[in-house]
Design a protein around this ligand. Sequence first.
Ligand SMILES: [Fe+2]
Length: 159
Amino acid sequence: MTQPITSTLDPEQQRIAGEALRGTVVDLIDLSLIAKQAHWNVIGRNFRSVHLALDELVTAAREFTDSAAERATAVGVSPDGRAATVAEKSGAIGFPDGWQQDTEVIDAVVGNLAAVISRLRERIDATEKADPVTQDLFIEIAARLEQLHWMWQAQLATA
Ligand SMILES: [Fe+2]
C-alpha cells in the first residue's frame, strides 16, 4: 500500500505514536458523546450546574479529539473516528440509558474521566522515546482532563 503522507518518524516510532493517537481519538469521541448524553438526560437539584459543566467537558473532548486526530495525520497515520470503531475500541466505561439523577451523572463522569486518563497515562509512557512531540500532546490532554476530574469530584466531595 502506498503511503500518501510521509512521516519524519521511523516506521517503529510511527507505529507506536499512530496506535496511541488512534486510541486517543476513539476514547475522546466516546467521552464527548457520553457527556452530551448526560447533558440531555441529567435531572435533579443540581441540574443547571451539571448540565452546563457537561458542555464544558464536551468542548474539551471535541477540541482534543481534533488535536489527536490531526497529530496522527501529521505523522502519516490515518485517524479512524467512525461510530463503529468508537463502539468497538473505546476505553471509556459508558453511560446508562434514560434520565439520570445528577449525583449519578457526576459519579459516571468521574469514572469515565478516570478511565480515559488512565489510558492516556499509558500512552504518555509508550510515546516517551518513540515520539516526544506526540507525548507532549498527551500530557496537555491529560492535564486538562485531570483538572476536570478534580472539578467533577469536587461537586460531590465532603471533607
Ligand atoms: Fe445544550
